[in-house]
Design a protein around this ligand. Structure first.
Ligand code: GDP
Ligand code: MG
Length: 213
């Protein structure tokens, strides 16, 4: 993804890609891991082993516009609705996924969003709502309009996709990446905060970490 940016990363060394943490959120089996696998490896598997705390990275752009997305996947804890704090901590973006053929997964998306908002104030994190599995349209239980209205009411980005058919998967992650870069650009001119820290958006590039469970 080529994105014209004037200056190098405010938090990272010049020439180094900016690092952004993106967390996958949503109920069990909605296709979170499949979306990440499709995006990062252009692969799809009907059975995906969920072992430990899966972690994907993807480099985007080049030169001053380069960035690295660190994509955190759950280890199945979402089944018990018990995602640890470290999972959310420092997230720059979240992919909030539901299954368009499961109304319940759409209702639960609201809860996942509340969990995220408990950890990070609304507006701090770029959130993309994704209705996955559009390839099984005949089983659809959530309309496009319902997804769109929910996203608008919460000021989220919104798309429908299919990890299986590789439909709109690149676009989903690309839109998040674009929004992250644009936010950073907008925040660059903001003054420093009174406590000596940087105003939001000036956070340094983050190190890779994993859930301590
Ligand atoms: P997770 O629990 O949210 O990580 O979901 P998974 O990625 O493990 O996927 C759960 C099941 O849904 C697996 O059997 C996948 O093959 C299937 N799946 C994932 N994405 C799609 C999709 O776009 N279309 C269809 N038909 N099945 C999908
Ligand atoms: Mg998974």
């Amino acid at each position: 993804m080529a994105q014209a940016l004037g200056a190098p990363c405010p938090g990272g060394a010049p020439g180094q890609p900016r690092v952004f943490k993106l967390v996958l959120l949503g109920s069990n089996s909605v296709g979170k891991s499949s979306l990440a696998l499709r995006y990062v490896k252009n692969d799809f598997k009907s059975i995906l082993p969920t072992v430990g705390c899966a972690f994907f990275t993807k480099e985007l752009g080049s030169g001053a516009a380069s960035m690295r997305l660190e994509i955190w996947d759950t280890a199945g804890q979402e089944k018990y609705h018990s995602i640890c704090h470290l999972y959310f901590r420092g997230a720059d973006a979240a992919l909030l996924v539901y299954d368009i053929t499961k109304k319940d997964s759409f209702r639960k998306a609201q809860q996942w969003l509340q969990d995220l908002e408990r950890e990070a104030p609304p507006g701090d994190v770029v959130v993309m709502l994704v209705g996955n599995k559009t390839d099984i349209e005949e089983q659809r239980e959530v309309t496009f309009q319902e997804g769109k209205e929910f996203a608008e009411s919460k000021q989220l980005l919104f798309m429908e996709a299919s990890a299986k058919l590789s439909y709109q998967v690149t676009e989903v992650f690309g839109a998040i990446a674009r929004e992250l870069l644009q936010r950073e650009e907008r925040k660059k001119g903001q003054p420093r905060t009174g406590d000596g820290g940087l105003a939001l958006g000036g956070a340094p590039a983050r190190q890779a970490r994993c859930c301590a469970r």
